[in-house]
Design a protein around this ligand. Structure first.
Ligand code: HEM
Length: 241
């Protein structure tokens, strides 16, 4: 991990601050903890689930761990939302994660490239349309998991504010969306940051904080030139905390 005093080191471009690196590590740990402790309940009849539940100390302990991870996941998501909102509101960062028309154009350009119609893939801004997709999916999907998870955790309190059918619906949503989120993260995000030939064996930028050198040559630079100057603060991006 890098110290972060400077936004350039040995000619490399700084892409993520230490805070964002830590945030992403926390997200990995919490997301997989929730997936393991939740999915072993959903598929409790499978041998592998029985093994996991046994290893976690039984079903009560697996549920408690799920609840604890859920609370930490909620805190992580809320601090991210508040910090990002305030950062943009106070003009410290540009809202570069917002979806724009250019993202749709880039997606079409990439499809044309993969079909062999274009010679080059779409040039990328600070965050590509693929990165924005997985970001918003995790963020909005996470909010939905929190809302339905809390409803399942406190059904009596929830029933004071909503019809009973909503609690049954929350159970179905929480359970099915867990599967959906898990599969999309594993298939899409792991492919994009690990197996994709453009970054294989791993795009390490979110762990080292520095731009992957292979991405520098792809279209326009991801970080504006000002950021590359010694000591310069990053100017473009909600990740620049
Ligand atoms: C990405 C995040 C999450 C995933 C992947 C996930 C996954 C799951 C799964 C698969 C189940 C079992 C559903 C079934 O039996 O069909 C479950 C149950 C449950 N989850 Fe989550 N969950 C997540 C977040 C949360 C959060 C944030 C909370 C609370 C704050 C929460 C609270 C619960 C509760 C209360 C249950 C019911 C079982 C129990 O009492 O332990 N979950 N979760």
């Amino acid at each position: 991990m890098v110290s972060g005093e400077s936004w350039e080191s040995e000619g490399r471009t700084r892409r993520f601050s230490n805070f964002r690196i830590a945030e992403h590590l926390a997200l990995i740990v919490l997301f997989f903890s929730l997936a393991v402790t939740g999915l072993c309940q959903k598929f409790h009849y499978l041998g592998v689930s029985q093994f996991v539940i046994g290893a976690l100390g039984g079903i009560d302990s697996a549920r408690s761990l799920h609840h604890m991870a859920g609370v930490l996941f909620t805190a992580l998501l809320l601090q991210h939302a508040v910090a990002s909102f305030l950062g943009v509101l106070m003009f410290r960062w540009k809202p570069s994660m917002l979806i724009a028309l250019r993202d749709a154009q880039d997606a079409v350009a990439d499809v044309r490239y993969y079909l062999g119609i274009e010679e080059r893939p779409a040039p990328q801004g600070r965050f590509s349309y693929k990165e924005k997709f997985i970001y918003w999916l995790t963020f909005l999907g996470g909010l939905q998991m929190i809302a339905t998870g809390l409803t399942l955790w406190f059904p009596v309190d929830a029933a004071r504010y909503m019809p009973g059918q909503f609690i049954a619906a929350a159970k179905d949503m929480h359970s099915s969306d867990a599967m959906l989120l898990f599969l999309i993260v594993v298939v899409w995000h792991i492919y994009d940051s690990v197996l994709n030939p453009e970054v294989f064996p791993l795009d390490k930028s979110i762990f080292t904080g520095f731009q992957d050198p292979r991405a520098e040559g792809r279209g326009e630079p991801l970080t504006p030139p000002a950021v590359k100057k010694e000591g310069a603060k990053p100017v473009d991006g909600m990740d620049a905390l």
